[in-house]
Design a protein around this ligand. Structure first.
Ligand code: FE2
Length: 309
């Protein structure tokens, strides 16, 4: 059996909501991102690194993920990933080609089993680094709610080469595509939706200062600060003006492929859930906002729904 091609890294995510672009000042003045580009009902927000955008705001009639955005190192690996996705029966939306958007580059898209759109891009626009104290550097991870956690986990492993880093009881699985403990995590829920998107600060000091910036502007965390068991990363969750959960994090565990073994973390032991035990368990309101609104996805793009060969 040929070795499974692995996705390179998580670039970020494009989110959609009614009136989402009106919420731009929240991300610029409070969250610590900068405007990279705005046109055609989309606003692209950058961090301090070279990535053209970490978080995209798109106006639309429904709430959900427009696409999760991944990188591949070069065209050869992109073509190989595409061939693998086709061979393993994924819902591939066309062959690799040039993107004609501002971010540019070359790649393709697939739908995952929940009809979420995933975009893979190489040779994207590269921005100059803009180091700035206590501003997000990259998107750390995206957590997805799914009614079929086991099936979706198997799909990300088989089609995209993700590996399982840890479990939180039988309710959550953490998946890695590189040394980051998780770039994607899945939560067992009633319907597909986005659970949260996490932004990485370069240090614990900058993580705390980012919480302070939010507090000074009137936004307290809806959960946290605390420190997760799986991934060992500090967390502070906020609710965006569109009702999406976003997280500040830092110091995510780095995985050694030779020695790491996935384990199942308790969801009843307080110190397994929050190593600092400063945050405590999430409130029912926090759980509700992390369940989110059903994401319709892109079922109309799927060949399986068009009856075509
Ligand atoms: Fe998180």
């Amino acid at each position: 059996m040929t070795e499974t091609i692995r996705v390179g890294n998580l670039r970020g995510i494009m989110m959609r909501a009614p009136g989402m672009i009106e919420t731009l000042p929240f991300y610029l003045d409070m969250w610590g991102l900068s405007l990279a580009h705005q046109a055609d009902g989309e606003a692209l927000l950058r961090g301090t690194g070279a990535e053209p955008f970490l978080y995209g705001l798109k106006d639309g009639d429904t709430y959900g993920i427009e696409y999760v955005h991944f990188a591949m190192p070069d065209r050869a690996s992109m073509d190989a990933l595409h061939a693998q996705a086709v061979a393993r029966g994924a819902e591939v939306l066309g062959a690799p080609a040039a993107f004609d958007d501002w971010t540019g580059g070359y790649g393709f898209e697939v739908l995952d089993p929940d009809n979420r759109r995933l975009r893979f891009r190489t040779e994207a626009r590269v921005l100059d680094d803009e180091p700035d104290w206590a501003k997000p550097r990259k998107v750390s991870h995206v957590v997805l709610n799914t009614p079929d956690m086991d099936g979706v986990q198997a799909w990300y492993e088989d089609v995209l080469g993700f590996r399982t880093s840890d479990y939180s009881a039988d309710q959550m699985v953490f998946l890695r595509c590189n040394t980051d403990h998780h770039s994607i995590a899945l939560v067992r829920t009633l319907y597909p939706s986005v659970n949260h998107v996490a932004f990485e600060l370069p240090s614990l000091d900058e993580f705390m200062r980012s919480i302070g910036r939010m507090k000074q502007k009137g936004h307290v965390p809806s959960w946290g600060p605390g420190r997760h068991g799986p991934g060992n990363n500090p967390f502070a969750y906020f609710v965006s003006p569109s009702g999406y959960v976003i997280e500040f994090t830092s110091e995510l565990q780095q995985i050694d492929e030779d020695t790491h073994e996935a384990k199942v973390w308790s969801r009843t032991d307080p110190e397994s859930m929050d190593r600092w035990m400063t945050a405590g368990p999430p409130t029912p309101a926090q759980r509700a906002v992390m369940q989110g609104r059903p994401d319709p996805g892109f079922p109309h793009l799927a060949k399986r729904n068009r009856g075509a060969a």
